[in-house]
Design a protein around this ligand. Structure first.
Ligand code: 5AD
Ligand code: SF4
Length: 493
């Protein structure tokens, strides 16, 4: 499961950084749309020609807003690639676009609601002739219901059907006002010849789509369909191209990235794939997220130990510290089995950062269960934690569970959990003062001589340097200050 919201782990920027604005590409073929309903009187004709004028002015431009996890961010990069190759130009506001797309997230209710509020905003302006599409998890979850709730939407396409996107877009361009792509049984992964990437140094690459686990709270198996792994030779070919384009860091993505199963005859194991990616000339850092504890094996730790280009960070969501709750969540491991995985990672020769996700207020969670989760934080001492109040989702087994925890109580439990993690992070960070880390510089502050970047262990470090033009470079930075959520430093000579 990929993360999308920051909990305590603010120094860990697991989300995609937006470093560049939407790039400007040339306009090629234009989008065509059809008027709905035959205009028969003069008023309607005038209105229709006004609409044509608006469409003409906006023709061939798209606005794409993304909600949710890195997987969605990366899917959006691919969707943008498909559109650019069809001659569209990306614009920064929905007002200046002929095609408006929302790539949605439905992991928690709040996230899912966002798109309906966006669609509401556009409902008012629907007569302006724009084409509106809903992509991603809400599209998959709600399906054709979206047309009922927002009749001005023309395209509804779930992530499992993205490989059909060019076809679906062609139908929309031909004037079809109700186009859907909602299959989840597709055995194809979404590969595009052109992917527009938003970060000039870190490339995201999906190696496995969907999820075969069945966590009782999670909508992902429904919205993203069954697991499909991408061929290892195709992954390595893309990494080679990315390195040639100047990317030095690659992040391999999947809801359960370490469940990767190479579909080719070579049957490359996940740990072997990590090493092969690191071996590509020009690649300096390899990350992967998100790992499922049950599929986390010793050979992954051995690979990290053997190859310093593999970043020393593992995101290993536990969800709860109580075996009873883990069983109810259908997480496939007990507290003890999870702790064995932690011991395995801690047994590495290199120090490896460990981050996690936790859900509080799962139906039936008792005070004792919560105490076990709090105790787990003390035992593991995570480097960062993303924490969530349980949110009931459609099509999930936990929806029918009784013994619901009130929202007020969930908030209380979340606050207690976050306070504990804050103490742990404060203590951890204070021991880092004086240490030196290598950073890939990815941000420049408006304040002079102030920069930021990520360590291999994925901490964000803000630092000062007298040098100019550091973006995309690797530098050594000495930590001079720490707060629970951030580190500050100065460039080391
Ligand atoms: N309610 C609350 N949190 C959830 N997550 C997934 N589904 C739900 C839900 N229904 C959390 C898990 C997951 C993270 C990305 O989102 O902790 O690891
Ligand atoms: Fe992750 Fe479980 Fe959801 Fe799969 S079902 S994406 S393993 S939380």
């Amino acid at each position: 499961m990929l993360n999308c919201e920051l909990g305590m782990g603010k120094t860990f920027d697991i989300g995609l950084e937006r470093l560049t604005g939407g790039s400007e590409f040339s306009i090629g073929s234009a989008i065509t749309t059809k008027n709905e309903g035959g205009a028969t009187n003069a008023g309607a004709r005038a209105e229709a020609s006004e609409l044509d004028a608006i469409r003409g002015a906006l023709r061939g431009t798209f606005f794409l807003e993304t909600f949710g996890c890195q997987m969605n961010d990366h899917d959006s990069e691919k969707v943008a690639g498909v559109l650019l190759s069809r001659g569209y130009r990306q614009v920064e506001s929905p007002e200046s676009a002929s095609l408006i797309l929302y790539n949605t997230c439905s992991i928690r209710e709040k996230a899912a609601q966002k798109v309906f509020s966006r669609l509401g905003e556009f409902g008012v302006k629907r007569d302006e002739g724009r084409i509106i599409g809903v992509l991603g998890c809400v599209a998959q979850q709600e399906g054709e219901e979206i047309f009922k709730r927002a009749p001005w939407v023309s395209l509804v396409c779930g992530s499992a059907s993205y490989s059909k996107l060019p076809e679906l877009l062609a139908q929309v361009e031909a004037g079809n006002r109700r186009v859907t792509g909602l299959d989840t049984d597709t055995d194809q992964t979404f590969e595009t010849p052109v992917t527009r990437r938003d970060n000039p140094w870190r490339a995201y690459l999906t190696i496995i789509e969907g999820c075969d686990k069945a966590c009782s709270y999670c909508v992902v198996p429904y919205t993203r369909g069954p697991e499909r792994s991408r061929a290892s030779d195709s992954i390595l070919r893309e990494v080679r191209q990315l390195a040639e384009l100047g990317y030095s860091e690659v992040q391999l993505l999947g809801q359960t990235v370490n469940s990767y199963a190479d579909p080719t005859a070579r049957k490359v194991k996940f740990s072997e794939l990590l090493l092969a990616v690191a071996d590509e000339p020009g690649i300096r850092r390899v990350r992967f997220t998100t790992s499922h504890p049950s599929d986390f094996t010793q050979d992954i730790v051995d690979a990290i130990d053997a190859q310093p280009k593999l970043c020393n960070h593992v995101h290993l969501p536990v969800q709860s510290g109580s075996t009873r709750v883990l069983r109810a969540m259908q997480r496939t491991y007990s507290r003890e089995e999870y702790l064995e995985k932690i011991a395995m990672i801690r047994g590495a020769k290199r120090a490896i950062s460990i981050t996690t996700d936790i859900i509080v207020g799962f139906p039936g969670e008792t005070e004792e269960d919560l105490r076990e989760t709090l105790n787990l934080l003390d035992v593991v001492r995570y480097d960062a934690m993303f924490s969530f109040k349980y949110s009931p989702r459609p099509h999930t087994p936990s929806l029918s569970m009784t013994d619901i925890i009130s929202d007020e109580e969930k908030s209380r439990r979340l606050a207690v959990l976050q306070e504990k993690q804050r103490e742990i992070q404060t203590a951890k960070h204070s021991t880092m003062v004086g240490e030196t880390f290598e950073l890939l510089v990815s941000g420049k502050s408006r304040r002079e001589n102030q920069w930021s970047g990520h360590t291999s262990c994925h901490r964000v470090l803000n630092f000062s340097s007298q040098e100019t033009a550091l973006l995309g470079k690797y530098v050594q930075v000495r930590v001079t200050g720490a707060t629970p959520n951030s580190l500050a430093g100065e460039q080391a000579p």
